[in-house]
Design a protein around this ligand. Structure first.
Ligand code: MG
Length: 284
């Protein structure tokens, strides 16, 4: 059994870090991750630099990537303009994100859900690249609380010509809910945060329910814009350790990944959230 791990550290991770890395620093992270044989890396975000200064210079990040065969490089867009910028850079995949709640859509992307859905349909219709649709706040919203699984299921069905990822954007989901929603929507992907320490249990539940695509960030980079003291995405190397130990192939070089997280600790000047890079891989 094999799964695809997508490292979102250069995007979701660094976007939510207090320190801003220049484009060349973010490209270096992408290049180190591809050398660790990550099958997919979310390299950049094509949002307004005044809205998200940590992601400014997305074109420069992509320009400094040393392409490796076997790694698919994706970028994030929230609207058609972002998609157009992304396509012009030569990335391999579009990750278009839309929210499952009205308040989050307006706060995060400055558009209504109806506008976001229209933009997603336009991107899918026009794109020459494969498209992922990430449904953010699929389990819970910081403004509206629990999100109706029926709404998420409808969104997943509406965009089923694309690859669907269910995102626990603020890290509130628990395993049985994750498993049930993966089963109901038949979404191949999940994007999990470890904000409340349920991220890895959620990944195991998603796997059991049929998910084959897992977002994670090296060293557990990132945070949550709605909970300033919270942790970020599940850590890629912790997820790889967990899966490989259970006989689920990832194709990722765990030792190389651990070395990246140690390097990142030096770059960012603090201990990071991942546990396996500190404990070390156990050869068993
Ligand atoms: Mg996220």
């Amino acid at each position: 059994m094999r799964v695809t791990v997508c490292d979102v550290g250069p995007r979701d991770g660094l976007q939510n870090e207090p320190d801003t890395l220049p484009p060349e620093g973010r490209a270096e992270l992408v290049n180190r991750l591809s050398a660790a044989r990550l099958p997919r890396i979310e390299a950049a975000s094509f949002v307004r630099p005044d809205a998200v200064p940590q992601m400014a210079g997305a074109e420069d990040v992509v320009g400094a990537i040393e392409r490796r065969e076997g790694t698919e490089y994706s970028g994030l867009a929230l609207n058609v303009k972002g998609y157009e910028r992304l396509v012009a850079t030569g990335l391999d995949r579009v990750n278009f994100t839309l929210a499952a709640s009205e308040s989050f859509s307006r706060r995060n992307a400055n558009q209504s859900m109806a506008e976001a859905r229209a933009a997603a349909a336009e991107v899918i219709g026009r794109s020459v690249l494969p498209v992922t649709i990430t449904i953010s706040v699929a389990f819970g919203c910081p403004f509206e609380g629990k999100v109706d699984p029926g709404v998420v299921t409808e969104l997943a069905a509406e965009f089923d010509s694309a690859e669907i990822v269910l995102a626990d954007t603020i890290g509130v989901a628990t395993p049985r809910h994750v498993g049930a929603l993966v089963e109901r929507t038949r979404a191949p992907g999940v994007h999990l945060h470890n904000t409340r320490n349920t991220g890895y249990a959620n990944a195991v539940a998603a796997l059991a329910a049929g998910a084959t695509l897992f977002d994670a960030s090296c060293a557990g980079l990132g945070g949550c814009p709605y909970a300033p003291r919270a942790t970020g995405n599940i850590a890629t190397e912790d997820l790889v350790y967990l899966f490989e130990g259970d006989g689920i192939e990832t194709g990722v070089d765990l030792d190389a990944l651990i070395a990246i997280s140690k390097w990142l600790e030096g770059v960012l000047g603090r201990r990071l959230e991942g546990q396996v890079y500190r404990a070390g891989a156990w050869a068993g």
